[in-house]
Design a binder for this molecule. Structure first.
Ligand code: COA
Length: 403
């Protein structure tokens, strides 16, 4: 049996180890779950065929794809066959069912068609990775829209929208999501859209880096984990620095950590009045990222930037607007309507003029931003191996496990 993560378990609380063991045991019984729902009469004949093919090819895999992937497969299967999860959330101590429920719930309201297609795509990619042909199981993406597990990427009215779609975890960004966002930005840079918009599903904009990213220690140990995380972060922030078209944040709720710091690289930031902006780096034994050590003092002055970046001051939307981090604040009741009607009008402006003007505004800063990004990453790689950071992250999960 494969362990849940490559955890160096001796560094974790007994409670966490217990969860890992329980979840590992759960996965021993996963294969039978893939086949537990009859699909007859639910789908059109062609799709049933693809889906059935994907199910049978899944059992031919030679290598265990890992528990995270298996959880995704489970969740997609449930969504494809039963629709969005609306069963009650299992209790805190029912670890196994809670993990399953979380995975299913995190798919939000994506349609059964889309879930079925993602299931086929995922199985197809696993088969292909083992040298088989994915053609028999991969379904065609709808239109030109790429599909991601926890991002909803759509293009409409000349606007490409990248929506973080992990509402049960307050849209915390996993390692996979960092890579997917970079891919989505690369795609948006090339497509026909005029504006690119970031927003979040549910009541949060984003709770920042998923702190469980730090619990996935590879065989090379914490140093390797920190180096890999550093490479990922550098790449992620570079994708914003180099993005050629106007980038807009539609901040639909509270924002934490990198979701806040990256705002200094956006061209417009619209926030609902219920949004808050919090960068608790020193609380977590970490240091600023996404060029905020440069953009924040420039936007709001050193004194106010230090209050946020050193002393964890959480800003209301109005305060963030007064300091220049947010462009405009809207009442919650009319937020979506007002913001989107404005963005749709902006997206009718001449695209080349918009992109070239943005590039002029940013071009003088580009080299400096890349240098700041490198320096911040170097500092963070050191921070992630520190006891201060390790203890802070353990406290977060221990506090959660005591609830
Ligand atoms: N990393 C990992 N898990 C996170 C997370 C994060 N950044 N943010 C939220 N979650 C998870 C919670 O653990 C919880 O999971 P559970 O339902 O399995 O217990 C779920 O998302 C909902 O969060 P919860 O804490 O119950 O909601 P809340 O409204 O009480 O608080 C936050 C929301 C964002 C204020 C709180 O979760 C938090 O402080 N998260 C950490 C934020 C952070 O430090 N980010 C990194 C900055 S550098």
């Amino acid at each position: 049996m494969f362990a849940l993560y490559s955890l160096s378990v001796e560094r974790f609380s007994p409670c966490l180890i217990y969860v890992v063991q329980l979840v590992s045991r759960f996965y021993c019984f996963m294969p039978c779950l893939y086949h537990c729902v009859s699909l007859r009469g639910v789908f059109s004949a062609a799709t049933v065929e693809q889906f059935e093919q994907a199910k049978s090819r899944l059992s031919t895999l030679k290598n265990d794809p890992g528990n995270e992937v298996k959880l995704k497969i489970y969740a997609l299967f449930k969504q494809a066959t039963q629709g969005p999860c609306n069963t009650p959330k299992p209790g805190m101590l029912d670890f196994v069912n809670k993990v399953k429920w979380d995975a299913w719930k995190s798919l939000g309201s994506i349609s059964q068609d889309k879930a079925r297609q993602q299931y086929c795509d995922l199985v197809g990619s696993l088969v292909a990775a083992e040298g088989g042909s994915s053609a028999q199981v991969a379904a065609q993406p709808a239109g030109s829209e790429a599909t991601y597990e926890t991002l909803l990427v759509t293009t409409e009215d000349n606007i490409t929208t990248i929506k973080l779609n992990r509402p049960t975890k307050k849209n915390a960004i996993t390692t996979e999501m960092y890579n997917d966002i970079v891919a989505a930005l690369e795609q948006a840079a090339k497509d026909d859209s005029v504006l690119t918009v970031f927003t979040g599903a549910g009541d949060f904009y984003c709770s920042g880096n998923d702190l469980s990213n730090f619990t996935k220690i590879p065989e090379g140990g914490v140093e390797l984990m920190a180096k890999q995380a550093g490479d990922l972060l550098r790449n992620y922030v570079n994708a914003y620095i180099d993005f050629p078209k106007p980038l807009v944040a539609v901040v639909n709720g509270p924002a934490v950590g990198i979701a806040v710091t990256a705002l200094g690289l956006f061209d417009l930031v619209y926030a609902t009045e219920k949004a808050t902006f919090h960068t608790p780096f020193s609380q977590l034994g970490q240091s600023p990222e996404a060029c905020s050590s440069y953009t924040f003092p420039k936007i709001m002055g050193v004194a106010k930037a230090s209050e946020m970046l050193l002393f964890n001051k959480k800003l209301t939307a109005t305060q963030a607007c007064e300091l220049g981090l947010v462009t405009e604040v809207f009442p919650e009741s009319s937020f979506q309507m007002e913001v989107w009607s404005r963005l749709k009008a902006y997206a009718k402006l001449p695209p080349n003029s918009l992109a070239l003007s943005k590039q002029l505004i940013r071009s003088t800063e580009k080299d400096r931003l890349h240098a700041v990004n490198d320096a911040e990453v170097e500092r963070l790689v050191e921070r992630w191996t520190s006891d201060e950071c390790f203890n802070a992250i353990m406290s977060f999960f221990q506090a959660k496990s005591k609830l």
